[in-house]
Write a protein that binds this ligand. Structure first.
Ligand SMILES: Cc1cc2nc3c(=O)[nH]c(=O)nc-3n(C[C@H](O)[C@H](O)[C@H](O)COP(=O)(O)O)c2cc1C
Length: 824
């Protein structure tokens, strides 16, 4: 620092101060700091006032006197030294002497010493000096010539003198020029305060040089005396290892289990249902069952309930055996048939972490190489060893588990293990479609629930779709060997595991994030086809990918602007869709009051995925009616079509359901022919929404490849016939020339049977799939399909039919209003 600013004086002229009082605040370019008084004193004169800028270090800024002096009589000393140097003249009470100095530019009278602390520049520089703190000059020693040998070299001082050095020189009556004749020991030959003190004889003359030498030495870390420690003397290793804590001994239990019954069941399922169930599925299901309600583990810590019961003596009178779920996972190893009994694990070996890590803790019995089943590593088609490790005390619990495994896999593989009434094959919380609907009800928000579940207007057609099935009863035929039931059926050149597909329903991601992709995967897993809505929340390409080898159907709303439909058809062909179901029951949108009341709209994070470039998300929902269109006006760039006198104005702008889906201009001649040209031969053209014999005949006439008898799940015209009631007429009119499918109200496997008995070739289910999605995503759709398939299979077996083609109206009777039954 070479200069600073006076921020403010804290002690005014004439005022007394004590040691430690703040005399003034100074500012440098880096900091603001207080200057404190070293001793008591009086402020005689302030030379540099508040706010003075650029005051050079060494400039006199004030004069102070010793405490008790009369400030009025103190004589201000004349300025001494040069500007920029640390030294200034000393004020004397009577006559100022140019020899006395003031640190920090504050001059003091002769009698005061170190009245003020040095300003930062002085202080910092002084710290660097080897000589330590400055002492008050002693007049007697002022002019003492240096004597004796002093460290350092005499040389001209080229650097500005340290303020403390200059101060000391002044105190001792010397000038800056005298500094050149004093041996200096500072860095680069700079004169230190210690050099001056040594020169004056105030300290030992060697002292500065010694300190400099010491600092130089300590500046480097001397590691030369560091040595490697000698190795500690070897101690004798103890002959025996320290005793280990006693670990309770575990026991390995094993039983031989034959998988031949499982393999036979696996083959049967594959032959009849076309579904391949891996052996691991049978084993996992058997294990799940065997782990149910095992005797309590002896190693189990009693719960608060147990303690409470035992205090009350309730444990003695419990009617059922206390049990808990086990967590055994069997180790399976293929083995040729050999007697095998529960045995102790290799000398009930103590648990050793190394053994565990290297897996050598496994059963070590020598076994002949088993006949391994391809794809089932380590499992033999004949005898296998199933083993588990039981904790001490739990041997009988583990043995019971293994016994149950044996029973499940050898005696009941097709029932308890995979497909019967045993719990492992069932979701015990959901055993019917009605229960699925109830679960879904709790999982969906109101808007979604209403949107999915409601029918048009009062919903009576929706209800009749369901009720219509109750008008029929099944006639059971017996003694027909139903040990083999084939539920498969052919469509689009593919064998569907059951005559049940998932109908196209819009916006499935509202139900669950798995959305249409989850439905596609579930259908693939169950081996059935799926219809994809034009207004899906997943692209048709993603669905095709998820469907794999399963042929799918694209449901089409044929827009008045053919470009959009043309593009969609081209994409569907490319993605491998096998058919297009043209929805023909929506020339105008039906009225769904809950949708209107809820002001249904697709949340903005979902997209109508197949028109993402063309649609407007907020409005792209399957909302109803002109009323609603009025309530929520479409944006200016998306308008529904309308008829202006004779002229029809087509919808414009981004594609939304309620502006584009309804197409009142559709007709057989113009549109069916156009569609066939666009789709064939890669995709078949079907019509979805036929409900009368007349239209069925026209469909045959226009050479569509199939019909779906549908009323849009009761969502269009309330008061329309139930689809099951419409079906027989359609079937009769078509006379087997094209396949007839039906949807609407199917909630049980017996409904499927009844629809087929009335002439349908295949059925589609809409809402149950949405409920499955809402319940558990893809898994829920699988569950829904399984429930219907199991019920349908059971119905076939109990009705005495073993093939889908064998289901006919002979198996049905109709119940009239008075409850009488009539043959069909
Ligand atoms: C929420 C919902 C959305 C639907 N979306 C469409 C659709 O986009 N296109 C279509 O042709 N049918 C649609 N349908 C009708 C179904 O394809 C099917 O005809 C109907 O759901 C069958 O009745 P079900 O639900 O009683 O099984 C929808 C049905 C529901 C319940």
């Amino acid at each position: 620092m070479t200069e600073g600013n006076i921020a403010a004086w804290r002690v005014q002229e004439g005022a007394s101060f004590s040691a430690g009082d703040v005399l003034l605040e100074i500012e440098t370019d880096k900091a603001t700091m207080d200057v404190e008084a070293q001793d008591d004193g009086i402020m005689v004169k302030v030379m540099e006032q508040d706010g003075s800028k650029g005051v050079k270090v060494g400039t006199r800024i004030a004069v102070i006197a010793e405490a008790g002096d009369d400030a009025s009589t103190v004589e201000i000393p004349a300025e001494g030294g040069k500007e920029g140097s640390a030294g200034v003249d000393t004020a004397k009470k009577d006559r100022p002497s140019p020899g006395d100095t003031m640190e920090g530019g504050i001059e003091k009278t002769e009698s005061s010493s170190n009245a003020a602390e040095s300003p930062p520049s002085s202080r910092l520089e002084a710290d660097a000096e080897a000589g330590g703190a400055a002492d008050t000059a002693d007049a007697a020693q002022k002019k003492s010539p240096s004597s004796g040998k002093q460290g350092g070299k005499v040389q001209k001082q080229t650097y500005p003198l340290y303020p403390s050095v200059e101060h000391l020189l002044h105190l001792n009556g010397m000038t800056a020029a005298d500094a050149d004749s004093i041996p200096s020991s500072g860095p680069n030959g700079r004169l230190l305060k210690g050099d001056v003190l040594a020169h004056l004889g105030r300290i030992n003359k060697d002292h500065p040089a010694q300190i400099t030498a010491r600092l130089l030495k300590l500046g480097h870390l001397d590691l030369s005396n560091i040595q490697l420690a000698a190795a500690p003397p070897k101690r004798d290793t103890p002959a025996t290892p320290p005793p280990m804590a006693e670990v309770p001994q575990d026991t390995e239990l094993a039983v031989p289990i034959s998988l031949s019954a499982v393999i036979a069941t696996q083959k049967r399922v594959n032959d009849t249902l076309g579904i391949f169930l891996p052996l691991s599925t049978f084993i996992a299901r058997a294990s799940e069952l065997a782990n149910e309600e095992l005797p309590l583990s002896k190693n189990r810590k009693p719960t608060a309930d147990d303690l409470f019961n035992s205090v009350l003596g309730l444990d003695k009178i419990a009617s059922t055996r206390p049990s808990s779920r086990g967590h055994y996972v069997p180790q399976v190893t293929g083995l040729p048939p050999a007697p095998f009994a529960a045995r102790k694990a290799a000398a009930a070996k103590k648990i050793d972490i190394i053994d565990l890590l290297s897996a050598s803790a496994r059963p070590s019995a020598k076994r002949a190489a088993p006949r391994v089943i391809p794809g089932a590593v380590g499992i033999s088609a004949g005898e296998n060893v199933f083993s588990v490790v039981a904790k001490a005390g739990d041997e009988s619990r583990a043995a019971e588990y293994l016994e149950r495994m044996k029973m499940a896999l050898e005696k009941e593989p097709g029932s308890k293990g995979a497909g019967g009434n045993g719990s492992p094959d069932h979701d015990l919380n959901c055993l019917t479609i009605d229960e699925l609907q109830a679960h879904a009800h709790t999982m969906m928000d109101k808007q979604t629930r209403d949107y999915y579940n409601e029918g048009a207007d009062s919903g009576s057609t929706l209800l009749e779709n369901i009720e219509a099935y109750k008008k029929y009863r099944i006639r059971l035929r017996v003694l027909r060997d139903v040990s083999k039931i084939n539920t498969t059926t052919n469509l689009f050149g593919f064998k569907s595991s059951v005559p049940i597909g998932v109908a196209p329903t819009a916006m499935q991601k509202l139900a669950h994030a798995d959305g249409e992709e989850g439905t596609a995967k579930a259908c693939r897993k169950r081996g059935v086809p799926m219809g994809l809505s034009s207004f899906a929340t997943t692209t048709l390409e993603e669905v095709a990918e998820a469907s794999g080898e399963i042929p799918n159907v694209l449901q089409l709303y044929l827009f008045e602007d053919r470009d959009h439909s043309r593009k969609l058809i081209a994409r569907a062909k490319k993605a491998g869709f096998k058919a297009v179901f043209l929805t023909v029951d929506t020339p105008i949108l039906g009225r769904r009051n809950l949708e209107i009341r809820n002001q249904f709209k697709l949340p903005p994070h979902f997209k109508i995925a197949n028109f993402v470039d063309e649609e407007e998300p907020a409005l792209s929902d399957e909302t109803t009616s002109a009323n609603q269109s009025r309530a929520r006006k479409p944006r200016a760039n998306s308008t529904a079509g309308y008829t202006d006198g004779e002229k029809r104005v087509t919808p414009t702008g981004p594609i939304t359901f309620h502006t584009h889906a309804a197409n009142p201009t559709l007709c057989w001649e113009k549109d069916i022919e156009w569609l066939k040209e666009e789709c064939c031969p890669e995709m078949e053209v079907w019509v979805k929404g036929i409900a009368t014999a007349e239209d069925a005949i026209l469909a045959v006439h226009h050479q569509v490849r199939g019909i779906v008898v549908s009323n849009h799940g009761g969502r269009q015209l309330n008061g329309a016939m139930a689809t099951l009631d419409a079906l027989p007429d359609v079937v009769e009119a078509v006379r087997g020339q094209i396949p007839v499918h039906v949807d609407g109200g199917i909630r049980h496997g017996t409904d499927v049977f009844k629809a087929l008995a009335l002439g349908a070739d295949f059925v589609w289910v809409g809402r149950p799939a949405l409920w499955g999605l809402a319940y558990k995503g893809q898994e829920g759709v699988e569950l829904m399909l399984k429930l219907l398939a199991d019920e349908f299979r059971l119905c076939m077996g109990l009705a005495g039919v073993t093939k889908v083609e064998g289901i006919s109206k002979e198996y049905l009777v109709k119940i009239d209003k008075s409850g009488f039954v009539a043959r069909l």
